[in-house]
Write a new protein. Structure first.
Length: 333
């Protein structure tokens, strides 16, 4: 020992200096390595630590936790922009484990506007596990969780549990709504359409069909082989039944209606509505009397079956006809 301020442990390379300057511990080159200031803060790489332990290094990770020297370790680094890095290095370094002694383990993400600074579990973004159940929460009544790629939102879930898909949701194989079993394509519950769905283009051959609802509240179906078709009209239930007598003629027909015609006092005429906007709609006419005719007349120059300007149910009891519209003309079904 050559200096009262130096302490040797074993050899010259183990020498440290004490009390050369108050609160400093230096290496054998006389460089300060550890600084202890009056408020008991300890600094490494800084002589003015702002916390109980502050480690300063502007180039390298500031802290390494080592299992096997230079092989298996975890490093922590504060970057120049204020971001932080946890770097795991090793032969199987691919998982960061977070554990607790209780049944819940998790990580809480917060910022200065979250409203809570102590990590309390009921504010901020939380990823956690309770026994064998995993949770992802945003613990704020006005919050949203958004999922996407390339800085583009794909799915958004708000605090009222409404889920919005920005684009299509695609499922391969069987898919269900409200049914825990995915053995079939099922909908078990309520499906609500909040606004009109414009009739889509029919899918290609072999690609199935599309169901949708328009502002009339009626569900429709369309496919490559079927024009827009109401699932209420055409015998699907919910039809209006109307009695028509000679004195009511002419009658402007209403779609999805069955007309029971009594022509005992003279001919009865039923005028079809315009085809525009009535694709998939039907009109049924039952002529229940004898002697006079029931005449069904399309609107303006529109046609029935491509050519007929009108059709007549002659005076034979209980003749009937069903007409269906494809949006261009009427057909006898």
């Amino acid at each position: 020992m050559t200096d009262a301020n130096e302490v040797e442990f074993g050899n010259q390379a183990s020498k440290v200096r004490l009390q050369d300057e108050v609160g400093k511990i230096k290496n054998r080159q006389g460089e300060a390595c550890i600084e202890v200031i009056d408020n008991q803060n300890v600094g490494m790489g800084t002589d003015s630590p702002d916390r109980k332990l502050e480690i300063l290094d502007a180039s390298n990770p500031q802290l390494r936790l080592t299992h096997t020297d230079n092989t298996e370790h975890v490093e922590f680094q504060a970057l120049a922009d204020g971001n932080g890095v946890i770097q795991m290095t090793g032969t199987a370094a691919n998982t960061l484990h977070i554990r607790s002694d209780g049944i819940n383990s998790g990580i809480q993400l917060q910022n200065t506007s979250t409203g809570t600074s102590d990590g309390y579990a009921y504010d901020g973004f939380q990823i956690s596990a309770s026994q064998k159940v995993g949770y992802i929460w945003f613990r704020n009544a006005t919050s949203q969780i958004k999922i996407g790629t390339a800085n583009t939102e794909a799915i958004s879930i708000d605090a009222t549990q409404n889920t919005t898909a920005v684009a299509n949701l695609t499922a391969n194989g069987n898919a269900t709504l409200g049914d825990a079993s995915d053995d079939t394509h099922t909908l078990n519950g309520t499906l609500q359409f909040a606004q009109e769905v414009v009739a889509p283009s029919a899918p290609g051959s072999g690609d199935g069909g599309i169901f949708y609802v328009k502002t009339d509240g009626i569900p429709y179906y369309i496919s490559n082989s079927t024009a827009e078709t109401s699932l209420v009209g055409g015998g699907g239930g919910g039809l209006t039944v109307t009695a028509v007598a000679t004195g009511d003629s002419p009658v402007t027909g209403a779609v999805d209606t069955v007309y029971i015609v009594n022509s005992s006092g003279g001919n009865v005429e039923i005028d079809l509505p315009a085809v525009s906007g009535n694709s998939g709609k039907t009109i049924d006419v039952l002529h229940k009397t004898t002697g006079n005719d029931c005449i069904i007349d399309p609107n303006a120059s529109e046609t029935i079956n491509g050519s007929s300007t009108s059709i007549t149910l002659a005076g034979v009891a209980y003749q009937n006809v069903t007409l269906i519209c494809d949006g261009t003309e009427w057909y006898i079904r």
